[in-house]
Each structure stands twice: as structure tokens, then as C-alpha cells.
Design a protein around this ligand. Structure first.
Ligand code: ATP
Length: 206
């Protein structure tokens, strides 16, 4: 199994690249999706969140009111840590479980927006950074996703810088223009996976 970390700034195109890799045969683990899963109705995670932050973080139908939780959890550093203390171990356990369910010869791609912010690079055989310059990302977030411009600017500013991402990148994929052809990259990943199993993989191979 080859463990690949896939990251990049908000709106850079991580999900787009993850989808292309999945079409080629990669097992994709979507960190954002797991983060939602651990707070699904009926989950222990959601129960703990309600115990810590109160019933008013729930919608009338019992699902999580994400905006209400965000307002409370990002109000103070202590509250943010309380929320992370509930979610992070559960997301970690679920990620480990999904990895262990993948086939022995799988190329597993972990789509994780905060890989750099969480200092996770060492967990992977290889880190792919999807890059798009911040103006392009801003335009995509505002036009294709309908995000408020100021909100999008704040989100970009709060994340790691391109320099910080470059420092951990084994593969730097420029997605500022056309979506790049990932066929050659996929072939290399499959080759690296074979090397991992035969014990000849050199860390951060490219
Ligand atoms: P987030 O961090 O918010 O999860 P992301 O990095 O996963 O975002 P995507 O969802 O893949 O990014 O892409 C953001 C938006 O930009 C989407 O609407 C997507 O269709 C579009 N997009 C991605 N790549 C390109 C490209 N090369 N050219 C034009 N539009 C693109």
C-alpha cells in the first residue's frame, strides 16, 4: 500500500484531482467527509458536542447546526480546543480504519486540506500539493461556489502559505490553468506502490 497525502489551499482543486485519481483506481479518503461523519445524528461525537456546547447547536431535526457550532467553537481558543478534542481522535480512528480496509496493493489518497497546518507530512510515503494562485482560487470560490468574497479572502489568509506547502511537497501539481493530465503521475504512483511492497521505496521518491 502506498499512502499519499493530497493537500492544497481552499479552492485549489484537491477534490478535482482526488476524483481523477479515484477514476484511475486510487482509494480516496476524504478528510472533510470523515469530519462530517463523526458528528452524524446518533453518533457519540455529536452527543459529546451537545454535552459540551449545549442543545442549541442542533437543528430541530436533530442534525448538527454547523453555523451555530462554529459561532461557539471559534469564539475562544479554549472552545476550539474542546471541539478538536472531540473530533480529532475520532477522525483519526476512522481514517486508520479506512486505510486498514483498503487492499494490500492499494494506492490510498488522503484528501486532507489541513495536512500542513496539522504537520502531518511524515505520515505519508508521498505528499502531493495541488497549487492554484490565490487570485484564481478566490475567483473559483466566488463564481463557482457562490462564496462571499470577503469570507473567501479570510479563509485563504487563515491557511498555510504556498511556501509552507512547497516545503512538504514531493509532487507539485499546478492547477491554475487547465486541469493537469494525471496519467503519468498515476503510473508513477503505481510503480512506487510496488516498490513499497518489495521494500525498495525511497522516502518521498520523486
Ligand atoms: P476545498 O478546499 O474547498 O475543498 P478543493 O481544493 O477541493 O476545494 P475543488 O472543489 O476541486 O477544490 O475545486 C474548486 C472549484 O474550482 C470547483 O468548482 C471546481 O470545479 C473548480 N476547478 C477546479 N479545478 C479547476 C480548473 N483547473 N479550472 C477551472 N475550474 C476548476
Amino acid at each position: 500500500m502506498l499512502r499519499v497525502g493530497l493537500t492544497g489551499g481552499i479552492g485549489s482543486g484537491k477534490s478535482t484531482i482526488a476524483r481523477l485519481l479515484a477514476e484511475n483506481g486510487a482509494v480516496v479518503i476524504d478528510a472533510d467527509k470523515l469530519a462530517r461523519e463523526v458528528l452524524e445524528p446518533g453518533s457519540d461525537g455529536l452527543k459529546e458536542v451537545v454535552a459540551a456546547f449545549g442543545e442549541d447547536v442542533l437543528n430541530a431535526d436533530g442534525t448538527l447546526d454547523r453555523a451555530a457550532l462554529a459561532a461557539k467553537a471559534f469564539a475562544t481558543e479554549e472552545a476550539r480546543q474542546t471541539l478538536n478534542g472531540i473530533t480529532h481522535p475520532r477522525i483519526g480512528a476512522l481514517t486508520g480504519q479506512r486505510m486498514s480496509e483498503a487492499a494490500e496493493d492499494a494506492v490510498v489518497v488522503h484528501d486532507i486540506p489541513l495536512l500542513v497546518e496539522r504537520d502531518m507530512a511524515a505520515v505519508y510515503h508521498l505528499v502531493i500539493v495541488v497549487f492554484a494562485d490565490s487570485d484564481t482560487r478566490l475567483e473559483r470560490l466566488v463564481t463557482s461556489r457562490g462564496m462571499d468574497r470577503r469570507d473567501a479572502e479570510n479563509r485563504i489568509a487563515a491557511q498555510a502559505t504556498d511556501e509552507q506547502r512547497r516545503a512538504v511537497a514531493d509532487v507539485w501539481l499546478d492547477n491554475s490553468g487547465e486541469v493537469p493530465d494525471i496519467t503519468a503521475l498515476w503510473d508513477r504512483l503505481v510503480g512506487f506502490e510496488k516498490n513499497v511492497r518489495s521494500g525498495t521505496y525511497a522516502s518521498g521518491s520523486p
